[in-house]
Design a protein around this ligand. Structure first.
Ligand code: P6P
Length: 315
């Protein structure tokens, strides 16, 4: 480190090269580095990730002008679809949390990539009705003050930040690891009256014990992103209205569960790991408890306790 006359510290030669190299790690380059291969499969996956990156750039550009464009608010777009590209099936939620757009708050896209199995002649995409361990890649895009793309192909979780001046996603954090425990619990407490008693027991616990803080943005990707980086737990329990919960397994919970396990966390329905769930239909919903290992285990402990002692204890 050289102390410049102005008193500003300057990077030495080695740090400059490393900084330059790091600044030039684009998404497609990183995917090929991760795959350690230029096989047809690797090229396909890299090309697919590049297309996801392009879609994210186009959405980010449109959202940046949402307040100025006709019908851009409450952005709907094609909702929760899946498409086949070559050998892969891409499942995605293009704009999750779209109601946040009307108040200029963050929204996100979520994607999951699976190997296409069979020829899907009847178009039922039946090969998608398999557990989440079948995913070969997953990620999300967070449209916030900056646009970030976070992905994994099973070798750690990595984040990229869109540099609008370059029109490229540039590597920002490699091998993200969630703390084993964190202070945040993220849930819509307005649904407290609709939950099973076990979730109410958990909320009463965090209300009565020091060290917890509530954060809920109403858009899954933003709430998930906060917990991935700061630790804690996000939960969307089953409710009277949606006994299986509101969130969709194949293109919301399973891709985020894939990422969370890659980052050293956990994702559960309360009864079983999200990645073990085998859906019976494409748009299946599940309850979701996702985040730091210890925080997820604490929520599950209240569910287990209630299953052993179902009587409603006096509050
Ligand atoms: P609630 C947005 O509509 C969404 O699908 C997720 O992004 C978000 O976590 C959840 O629903 C919010 O649901 O019932 O709390 O408004």
């Amino acid at each position: 480190m050289v102390n410049a006359p102005t008193g500003e510290a300057r990077l030495g030669q080695t740090e400059q090269v490393q900084a330059l190299d790091r600044d030039c790690t684009t998404l497609s380059r990183h995917v090929l580095q991760q795959l350690h291969s230029f096989s047809a499969d690797a090229q396909d996956l890299s090309a697919l990730m590049s297309r996801i990156g392009l879609a994210a750039k186009l959405i980010a550009r449109r959202l940046s002008r949402a307040g100025l464009m006709e019908d851009a608010l409450g952005f709907t777009g094609a909702v929760n679809v899946q498409g086949e590209i070559g050998r892969y099936s891409l499942l995605y939620d293009p704009i999750d949390g779209s109601s946040n757009l009307d108040i200029n708050l963050n929204v996100g896209s979520i994607f999951s990539i699976r190997k296409q199995e069979g020829d899907d002649e009847d178009g039922s995409a039946a090969d998608l009705l398999q557990h989440g361990h079948k995913q070969i890649a997953a990620g999300y895009v967070l449209y916030g003050p900056s646009t970030m793309l976070v992905y994994s192909i099973g070798q750690g979780v990595h984040s990229f930040t869109l540099d609008p001046s370059l029109g490229e996603f540039i590597l920002s954090t490699e091998n993200i690891k969630i703390p084993d425990n964190g202070p945040i619990y993220s849930v819509n407490e307005g649904s407290f009256w609709q939950w099973e008693e076990s979730y109410r027991d958990y909320i009463r616990y965090v209300h009565r014990n020091q060290g917890y803080t509530a954060r809920y943005g109403g858009a899954l990707v933003g709430d998930f992103h906060r917990i991935l980086f700061q630790g804690g737990v996000f939960l969307y329990p089953g409710t009277v209205k949606n006994p299986d919960g509101k969130l969709r397994l194949l293109y919301e919970s399973a891709p985020l569960a894939f990422l969370m396990e890659q980052a050293g966390g956990r994702a559960s329905t309360g009864i079983q790991d999200i990645l073990d769930v085998v859906p019976t239909k494409i748009h299946e919903r599940t309850p979701l408890i996702i985040g730091s290992k210890e925080n997820v285990a604490l929520v599950e402990s209240f569910i287990k306790e209630r299953s052993r002692n179902p009587i409603t204890l006096s509050e």
